[in-house]
Design a protein around this ligand. Structure first.
Ligand SMILES: Nc1ncnc2c1ncn2[C@@H]1O[C@H](COP(=O)(O)OP(=O)(O)OP(=O)(O)O)[C@@H](O)[C@H]1O
Length: 457
């Protein structure tokens, strides 16, 4: 028997080579994939992860939408007509929301979705965990984009897992400090001119003080006055003593200091009224009073009462804080209030105050009620994210403001660093004569140094 062998054509040779090259590349990526992912995650995501995710999203979009109850059946009449015209072919599929182009990011992707009539963004928020599972992503977040459209963004890994050390400080904008990293990979900046008052909540050792360290270390080199209220005997805030213009270490002190701050605010109001401007930023530079950032550590110490006289003090403190929050933004007085709890059990004042604090940071919390108190009145869907922060994720928090919510992790700024920055910039501490306690030494020069025994730094 004779076998006739014909020489391959040029087209066949090219095709065979392309197959071999694709096979070698595929095999190489398969073998080197895990190492590439570990060492160069961005490169891995661009070369392997994103194309695979794009295929997965395309393949699963319709079944996912149907499984999550986001597909809408065609009109019955249309189905009947299609059945008659199609002569037994399968009826038309239910309609699913229209998905836009996928845009890759450094650690994920995002796309827009046009919702079908009758759907609201919350329907997609509920479906986000199913999308994350279906696409094998670390997390999927859904936010409103514009009426009728939501933005779906996904991340393939948690960028907040690793401890984040701060980069060397750059001179920044007045009252703006980069304190950490956002889950989306961008900087987490606290900008007091944009959001003047903040509430920082978290269980013990969840990262509140570390965040305040980062904030103070960023504010210390700026021309601002820092004022501390720490009713735990100054145990936390006395660290920054050399850079503080005033420090109250118990409730009686705090009530007086808050009273003086209210007077200072009213003086500023009179100044602005006289100059015919709406806020201190409208005053000429030479006449503009220095911005004051008031840091309150452990708000419960101000509000919890055991006796009648304490009740009056707590009420006075609450009233002053609410007034400062109402008037302060325009007059250069900003509040940063930290505590383990902000429940209404602390008294009616705390609810009124909470409503005035537009910026919220919720670290790991001990109970769901605290997360609800911190975030629930702004973004109920952020609650799940806040409640899933574990003890090993100290410094991780959910941030919320009128712009939306996001997960973030603060820079690890140990107290020794914050203390030395405060000493380094002590010469910038503005003297605010109206604030100093007439009966005591200037608080900024306090010599008390209380050591926390539970620190591991
Ligand atoms: N952003 C962070 N990155 C890494 N580790 C952190 C971070 N924040 C806090 N930690 C770790 O958690 C520990 C406790 O943090 P921190 O003292 O800030 O908690 P806290 O909420 O202020 O606690 P307490 O209410 O008891 O004062 C720190 O000593 C540090 O080891």
């Amino acid at each position: 028997m004779t076998v006739l062998a014909s020489a391959p054509t040029a087209g066949e040779t090219w095709y065979a080579w392309a197959l071999v090259v694709a096979g070698v590349l595929g095999l190489g990526l398969l073998l080197a994939g895990p190492a590439l992912r570990r060492r160069h995650p961005v490169l891995w995501w661009t070369a392997v992860g994103f194309p695979a995710a794009a295929l997965r999203v395309t393949r699963t979009w319709r079944p996912l939408m149907a499984g999550c109850g986001l597909a809408v059946s065609r009109k019955a009449a249309l189905t009947v007509v299609a059945g008659l015209v199609g002569k037994g072919s399968s009826p038309p599929q239910p309609r699913v929301p229209v998905r836009g182009l996928m845009h890759p990011t450094r650690n994920g992707f995002w796309f827009l979705v046009r919702m079908l009539p009758g759907q609201v963004p919350d329907d997609f928020v509920t479906a986000a965990p199913a999308m994350a599972h279906g696409w094998q992503m670390h997390a999927v977040r859904v936010s409103s984009w514009k009426p009728g459209v939501v933005r779906v963004s996904a991340t393939f890994t948690d960028p907040l897992r690793a401890v984040i050390r701060p980069a060397p400080r750059q001179p920044g904008r007045l009252l703006r400090v980069v304190v950490g990293v956002l889950e989306s990979g961008g900087p987490w900046a606290i900008d007091l001119r944009q959001i003047p008052h903040w509430l920082i909540v978290g269980a013990t050792r969840s990262g509140k003080s570390t965040l305040i360290n980062a904030l103070v270390a960023g504010l210390a080199p700026q021309p601002v006055a820092l004022v501390g209220i720490d009713c735990k005997g100054g145990m936390e805030l006395s660290l920054y003593g050399p850079r503080l213009s005033a420090l109250a270490t118990d409730r009686a002190d705090a009530v007086q200091l808050l009273g003086r701050l209210t007077e200072l605010t009213l003086d500023r109001m009179a100044l602005c009224r006289k100059a015919g401007v709406r806020n201190i930023w409208g005053l000429p530079k030479g006449e503009r009073p220095v911005p004051v950032v008031v840091i309150v550590d452990e708000i419960a110490e101000l509000f919890l009462v055991a006796s009648r006289s304490e009740k009056d003090e707590a009420q006075a403190a609450a009233t002053s804080l609410v007034r400062l929050a109402q008037l302060g933004a325009a007059l250069g007085v900003f509040l940063v209030i930290a505590g383990q709890r902000v429940g209404s059990d602390l008294g009616p004042g705390v609810t009124a105050l909470r409503a005035q604090l537009g910026g919220r940071v919720c670290h790991r919390v001990a109970d769901s009620a605290t997360a609800e108190m911190t975030l629930g009145d702004i973004y109920p869907d952020a609650l799940v994210a806040a409640q899933s922060i574990g003890p090993e994720q100290a410094g991780t928090a959910v941030l919320a403001s009128s712009d939306g919510w996001e997960r973030a992790r603060s820079h690890l700024v140990p107290e020794t660093v914050a203390e030395s920055v405060a000493r380094q910039y002590a010469h910038l501490t503005p003297e605010l004569p109206g604030l100093a306690d007439p009966s005591g030494p200037p608080a900024g020069r306090t010599t008390v140094r209380l050591q926390r025994l539970d620190r591991d730094e």
